[in-house]
Design a protein around this ligand. Structure first.
Ligand code: KIV
Length: 268
């Protein structure tokens, strides 16, 4: 049994490759803070993603674009410290994965040096091959993100299903050849994700990409009911913490106003 003296065995790039080779489903969820990351890690999630989705679900922005590298580092440090078993991947926020390659290497190195996390994720495929190779050469594992690329929203004119099988397969193959240890596939039809998965040997992690991939990732706030407004078709709510939180706050306010809290037991 895993204890503080005997911590669980860390999930690594090799573990993930073995899981893909054995056809064992890989699980991944987003995390942005210590207590949530600790709970997800204890629940046995294989990979945690400090996603730039934190701009939307934590900071309340409309897109992922505003979050900065310093803010990513701040959140990643908490998640990395909490995770004892999961491999922790950190998004390179816009535009750290788009500008000079040396800046991407520096940003990725900050992730390994200043947080307790293990890899970075960057958006793009074939056009990012040189950048992926340079970051991996520097000793930093890279997960590529193909299909819908949220950082490209203003070029694409919105969030859309990506259907171009030939391009997406070429993107994933280029990322794999450049040294990416895994490919995240966002918002593509099931058969396109299946074609990508068949074309590469590294694990493929899908979000809105159907079942024929090596694993799944979702945004934690979506699955526990902490996002308000639009939720994408591909997510599923497994708990309603939003309602539970509101009920707890309502109960607390009522008891304070009624004089029911604090009681003698809760006083000195
Ligand atoms: O930032 C994020 O949450 C992502 C999702 C695709 C999982 O990249």
């Amino acid at each position: 049994m895993a204890t503080e003296q005997n911590p669980p065995k860390r999930v690594t790039t090799r573990t993930l490759q073995t899981m893909r080779d054995r056809d064992e489903a890989i699980t991944m969820l987003t995390a942005y803070d210590y207590p949530t990351a600790k709970l997800l890690d204890e629940a046995g999630v294989d990979m945690l993603l400090v996603g730039d989705s934190l701009a939307m679900v934590v900071q309340g922005h409309d897109t992922t674009l505003p979050v900065t590298m310093d803010q990513m580092i701040y959140h990643a440090e908490m998640v990395g410290r909490a995770a004892k078993r999961a491999m922790v991947v950190v998004d390179l926020p816009f535009p750290e994965g788009q500008i000079e390659i040396t800046r991407s290497i520096e940003a990725s190195a900050r992730v390994l040096k200043e947080t307790h996390c293990h890899a970075v994720k960057l958006e793009g495929g074939a056009e990012q091959a040189g950048r992926i190779e340079a970051i991996v050469t520097a000793g930093i594992p890279v997960m590529a993100h193909v299909g819908l690329r949220p950082q490209n929203i203003h070029v694409d004119g919105g969030y859309r299903l990506q259907r171009d099988t030939e391009k997406l397969v070429a993107d994933a193959k280029a990322a794999e050849s450049a040294g990416a240890f895994a490919v995240l596939i966002e918002c593509v039809p099931t058969e396109v994700a299946a074609a990508i998965t068949a074309a590469v040997k590294v694990p493929t992690i899908g979000i809105g990409a159907g079942r024929d991939v090596s694993g799944q990732v979702l945004v934690t706030h979506d699955i526990v009911g902490l996002t308000s407004g639009y939720t994408p078709k591909f997510t599923r709510q497994f708990a309603d913490l939003g309602t539970a939180l509101k009920e707890a706050a309502t109960g607390y306010c009522q008891q304070v106003r009624d004089g029911g809290f604090p009681s003698d037991q809760e006083s000195f």
